[in-house]
Design a binder for this molecule. Structure first.
Ligand SMILES: [Zn+2]
Ligand SMILES: [Zn+2]
Length: 230
């Protein structure tokens, strides 16, 4: 039995090496130093849930003030620190999707935050067919599936990407907004459901905004959760 157990843990350590996913020192997933870089904001914009300086608690951010987004609210969970950025990058491009396990450390806090929105369904932001083919998987779907397991809600593929959009990381806010305009279509099966959109990073909010607008053809209530926000 002991031998079998040892083999089991050896196999596990090949798939999930016992080192910090961010800096590589010996640790289980995250070392104490890197954990400090996974910052959860204390004060947030009451509309988009991004970090605000403490003095601005319970206000809406400049972005929400000028853009008046159509979604009903949301939360960008972590601050987009370099450590969080490199982690998300690993999940997205590095074929290290197992690193999504870091989310489990924050399971209770994330579940509690999502509970406030009281969603019926989780809807991941889809990739275009081209991106899905090149990358092989969709990081938003991986996040949605992880969370769905905890809170026992279905993941619904209610959005389709109908237009190829260039990578959003390198373009400015105005261009992002033009790029994503009309880039989704929605399925009627979400009619009158409370939706929680899921994505990896909230940057200008243009992708989430356009997705929410598309879903609102069929339902009144769309919230979002992203792993991080800039
Ligand atoms: Zn570390
Ligand atoms: Zn805001």
């Amino acid at each position: 039995m002991q031998i079998r157990r040892n083999i089991g843990s050896q196999i596990l350590s090949v798939f999930f090496p016992e080192k910090c996913y961010i800096c590589g020192v010996k640790a289980e997933m995250l070392c104490e130093d890197c954990k400090k870089k996974f910052v959860i904001p204390v004060t947030r914009c009451i509309k988009c849930g991004r970090a605000l300086p403490e003095a601005d608690a319970d206000y809406i951010c400049q972005h929400c003030f000028t853009e008046k987004p159509v979604y009903d609210g949301g939360i960008a969970f972590f601050k987009y620190t370099d450590a969080v950025k490199s982690w998300i990058h690993n999940i997205k491009y590095g074929k290290m999707s197992y690193q999504i396990r870091i989310l489990d450390i924050y399971k209770d806090q994330i579940s509690k935050a999502i509970d406030e929105f009281n969603p019926d369904l989780l809807v991941p932001i889809p990739l275009t067919m081209e991106h899905a083919y090149l990358r092989g998987f969709n990081q938003s779907l991986i996040v949605a599936q992880r969370i769905a397991k905890w809170i026992k809600l279905p993941v619904c593929h209610a959005l389709r990407k109908t237009k190829f959009t260039e990578s959003q990381t390198a373009v400015d806010a105005g261009r992002r907004k033009r790029n994503v305009k009309g880039s989704f279509s929605a399925s009627k099966k979400i009619r009158d459901k409370r939706i929680l959109l899921i994505d990896d990073v909230f940057t200008t909010g243009s992708t989430i905004g356009e997705a929410a607008k598309t879903l609102k053809q069929y339902t009144d209530t769309v919230y979002f959760f992203t792993v991080a926000g800039t």
